[in-house]
Design a protein around this ligand. Structure first.
Ligand SMILES: Cc1cc2nc3c(=O)[nH]c(=O)nc-3n(C[C@H](O)[C@H](O)[C@H](O)COP(=O)(O)O)c2cc1C
Length: 401
């Protein structure tokens, strides 16, 4: 169908815009989805081709999932950490993506006390407080240690150095991960942060490390480089972060100079279904898990960890709107946006960008198709089998199409 029949919100969705000086050809951004295509911690040709497929499909910017700030910030040995050793591969991949007409963001992350990385330099992963490291159990890494106060400046420095490196190798933007139960989120959450020093206690104290990392990243990349952040609107667990906390967290990040907030929710560690909705990932994860011990743990934790959240379009919209009303920075919606009707709603509600995860795995050319078909609807059925392909030899993929 001709472009001229698109409503004015969809026209806006497909028109160029700016994100802190970066020109983006439309409002669609590929959400960070750890690709599982970096065997041995090295970006592969498959990773480049995966993002090239997404780029050719028409998004304005793609996001390289999980770029750890340091080697010990990886959940496992096959994840990327930002260092000179992989600069040639990253540069070449980013150049190819630029040639395909797409900008590239990198999701800057740290696993904190949640890791099964057998190459850890420190004896145990380090989080805000001593805790069980459920992910590491099968590798005999049962616990996470509390980060010492004297280790914190080094941790912040890793964000600075990683950001400087990312800018140098050609990334156009950085997305700091403040959510999903990873390192910074573990500090923000009262559920996982039991510290008695200035990094624990009140929400302001629990946000201190995140704000220091944001400041360090900003210092590394300068004022005119897009830095966005992904948060969990709520962790959806008793004693964890709440929707009210998300408003305050967003205000603090906004005041701290963030250019945009991506409003996700849940945690990979305690409540993953909150961030996906739809069919439980437990069954496909059990099928994919090679370790008998981990399968037993998953079976035992299953009913409490994998809660039932039926899928609905725009499942974070109402809570994301509360953040929208509290901040000046760009609002980047993520979570169940997969139809032209939803894109129209998001533009009407004043969101600046739309991040797409699963629907781009089933339809990499979603933006092209959505522009051509007024009533576009993604083929993704939220079976969530793609989530369990993270450790598949081929890397992530849609198992249906
Ligand atoms: C296979 C897969 C891997 C993911 N990996 C990450 C990740 O590394 N970091 C992250 O913040 N979110 C990750 N996500 C979550 C997505 O970024 C997104 O928040 C979620 O899928 C909801 O958006 P959607 O409804 O458009 O899929 C992943 C999602 C999928 C399906």
């Amino acid at each position: 169908m001709a472009n001229s029949v698109l409503n004015k919100e969809l026209e806006k969705c497909f028109s160029p815009t700016m994100l802190n000086g970066l020109e983006l050809k439309n409002r669609f951004i590929k959400a960070g989805t750890f690709e599982g295509m970096t065997h041995g911690g090295i970006p592969s040709d498959r990773l480049r081709d995966f993002h090239l497929g997404i780029a050719k499909g028409g998004v304005a910017m793609t996001t390289l999932g999980y770029c750890a700030s340091e080697a010990d910030g990886r959940l496992n040995e096959d994840m990327l950490y930002m260092h000179e050793g992989i600069a040639p591969q990253l540069r070449s991949m980013i150049d190819s993506l630029h040639q395909a007409g797409t900008k590239v963001s990198g999701q800057l992350s740290h696993c904190g006390g949640f890791s099964k990385n057998a190459e850890l330099e420190k004896r145990r992963p380090q989080g805000p407080s001593f805790a069980l490291n459920s992910l590491g159990v099968a590798k005999g890494m049962f616990f996470a240690d509390a980060m010492k106060l004297s280790d914190i400046p080094k941790f912040v420095q890793t964000y600075h150095d990683a950001a400087a490196f990312m800018k140098k190798v050609g990334f156009d933007a950085i997305e700091i991960h403040f959510g999903h139960g990873y390192g910074l989120c573990q500090f923000i959450s009262p559920k996982t942060n039991k510290r008695k020093d200035q990094y624990g206690g009140s929400l302001h104290n629990r946000m201190r490390l995140s704000l220091e990392c944001l400041e360090a990243v900003r210092k590394a990349v300068g004022d005119d480089f897009p830095v966005i952040g992904k948060i969990s609107l709520s962790e959806g667990v008793r004693g964890g972060l709440s929707y009210d906390d998300a408003v305050e967290i967003s205000r603090l990040l906004d005041k701290g100079g963030i250019d945009g907030i991506v409003t996700s929710g849940g945690t990979s560690t305690m409540n993953p279904m909150m961030l996906f909705r739809g069919d439980s990932v437990l069954k496909p994860m059990l099928k994919a898990e090679p370790s008998f011990l981990m399968r037993t743990i998953l079976r035992m934790a299953g009913p409490t960890m994998f809660k039932n959240y039926p899928y609905e379009e725009l499942y974070f919209l109402e809570h994301a709107k509360r953040v929208r009303d509290a901040v000046q920075c760009n609002m980047i919606y993520v979570g169940g946006a997969s139809t032209n009707e939803s894109f129209t709603t998001l533009m009407r509600e004043g969101f600046d960008f739309i991040q797409l995860g699963r629907s781009l795995l089933s339809d990499p050319d979603l933006p092209i198709q959505a522009k051509q078909q007024v009533n576009y609807k993604s083929r993704c059925v939220h079976c969530n089998e793609c989530v369990a392909t993270i450790e598949h030899p081929k890397g992530i993929h849609c198992t249906r199409f």
